[in-house]
Design a protein around this ligand. Structure first.
Ligand code: ADP
Length: 479
């Protein structure tokens, strides 16, 4: 333990050294005779604890304490004073000193104990401060999520209503026999288009909710982009407006077919929606020069004002000209598109000119860059701790599965293997090697919460009360 003794009386400093000389090598002391000297030492060196005399040539009383604290805010300080002054002791502790010892009244044992406790208390204080910061962060993120949910409900309620009203209106007309022949066929077409719109909206909403909860999964399939684009074109309202071309040597890429369908469905629908009737839309697939396949979707539509481009991929962002033209929309699609493309290891970009048109480009890697978040199995079975762990892990990009108890995990493990398993050992006693055997020799990393410290076979172990940062560190270590 490195101890900085700030003491101008050489005899007192020597006494401290003697008191801390046993066992040899356990304490390393360094003496500063003034606060300024202590400040210099603290600039270049780290000490575990300081012993401070509050009456020094260049600083007196609480002032000396303040200066040392400022020089090393996280170092615990124990006062060693010649003054038996209750008021001063109280003031010193209030100003952040960990303890107040009286010269002439300290023994080897009391001094060592005081230093040990001071370090422990300081650590505890820091953990508490970190917990408070963490709680505040969590509170802010709950408020943000709640706001987001409220925004979403408002936007969605509004956007679901439009198509529903149309569908209901036409369905009633057909039912009453008011529409016949071509009129009835047109009405059916309108109903179908509005149902598609609602489907896209529902899919985007679900995707948004998964993204927010960190639960978006990307399957690893082989997807032929050109075939997929062709299917999507055929399902749009006006397939004849699209001109699909490819110069790519082959356009099969690793990815999630349904998610990529969602990406291009959104972009192709937008291209139609934001351009004038009958204006053609080109969809060009080509090889990028960097191992990416690029799909450029170019319309001759209303375009996007340049100053609004940077924020366009945020959730609920809508350009002013689209709103002014009263083109219906939620501003949900592009956010979902961008996230899905990035989850595939790709990039979404846009070039646009107002009244001339836009090109949205999706670049997708030809070989395996799909973001693979590790799977973590949480076997905690506690109504508060379990959700807390799951929330923290998900918001840090892990995929999480929760299990009631070990039996539940063991039963489902063959179908749901994990990269790491977190187990509450107070609720699920047993040793790690037995568990490993019961999981049929699987090799995930095992993290224990509670139970005896450093028990054999666990890759990391956390105390029952821990900070989110401890949990993430244990997992990072286990990765
Ligand atoms: P929505 O179309 O439902 O509003 P999106 O997230 O798909 O939601 O698009 C966000 C905004 O970006 C749109 O509201 C519109 O202002 C603009 N936008 C998207 N695609 C185009 C496009 N092809 N041409 C012009 N503006 C577009």
């Amino acid at each position: 333990m490195r101890v900085l003794v700030i003491e101008d009386n050489p005899a007192d400093a020597a006494l401290v050294r003697v008191l801390l000389s046993d066992p040899p090598g356990a304490y390393e002391t360094s003496v500063a005779q003034r606060v300024s000297e202590a400040e210099t030492k603290l600039l270049g060196d780290r000490f575990d604890v300081a012993l401070l005399d509050m009456s020094l040539p260049d600083a007196e009383g609480v002032d000396a304490l303040h200066r040392v604290r400022e020089a090393a805010p996280s170092m615990p300080i124990v006062i060693l004073s010649g003054q038996d002054d209750e008021a001063l002791a109280t003031k010193a502790v209030a100003a952040g000193a960990q303890d107040y010892l009286l010269k002439g009244h300290v023994s080897e044992v009391t001094l060592r104990r005081a230093l040990g406790y001071a370090i422990e208390r300081q650590e505890m204080h820091e953990r508490l401060t970190a917990s408070v910061d963490e709680l505040e962060d969590q509170r802010a993120s709950v408020i943000r999520l709640n706001q987001l949910k409220n925004d979403l409900i408002t936007v969605l309620a509004h956007d679901f209503k439009g198509p529903l009203t149309t569908i209901l209106g036409f369905a009633e007309l057909i039912e009453e026999g008011a529409l016949l022949g071509d009129d009835a066929r047109d009405a059916a077409g309108t109903i179908r288009r509005n149902v598609f719109r609602l489907t896209t909206l529902a899919n985007d909403t679900l995707a948004l909710s998964r993204i927010e909860h960190g639960e978006l999964e990307i399957a690893e399939e082989t997807v032929d982009i050109v075939t997929l684009l062709d299917e999507i074109v055929q399902r749009t309202d006006e397939p004849e407006r699209f001109n699909l071309q490819t110069t790519a040597t082959g356009a099969s890429i690793p990815g999630d077919r349904e998610r990529l369908r969602q990406v291009f469905e959104n972009l192709l629908r937008n291209a139609l929606k934001y351009s004038l009737d009958e204006a053609p839309v080109s969809v060009a697939v080509r090889d990028g020069d960097d191992g990416f396949v690029r799909v450029d979707i170019t319309d001759r539509g209303i375009g996007i004002p340049p100053e609004e481009l940077p924020g366009l991929f945020r959730r609920f962002a809508r350009a002013s000209n689209a709103k002014k033209a009263r083109i219906p929309g939620t501003g949900l699609g592009l956010f979902v598109v961008k996230t899905l493309v990035e989850k595939h290891g790709g990039k979404l970009t846009v070039h646009s000119e107002v009244d001339r048109g836009s090109t949205f480009s999706v670049a997708l890697p030809r070989s395996g860059a799909i973001e693979r978040a590790p799977h973590v199995a949480v076997v905690v079975g506690d109504a508060t701790l379990g959700p807390f762990i799951a929330y923290e892990l998900r918001s840090n990009g892990y995929r999480v599965r929760e299990y009631k108890d070990l039996a539940d995990l063991q039963e489902r493990y063959a179908a749901e293997p994990s990269d790491a398993i977190i187990i509450d050992r107070d609720r699920n006693p047993g040793d790690a090697s037995a568990l490993r055997t019961s999981l049929d020799g699987a090799a995930p990393r095992f993290i224990a919460i509670g139970g005896a410290k450093n028990a054999d076979g666990w890759d990391a172990s956390l105390p029952k009360t821990f900070l989110a940062a401890d949990l993430l560190a244990a997992l990072a270590f286990a990765r």
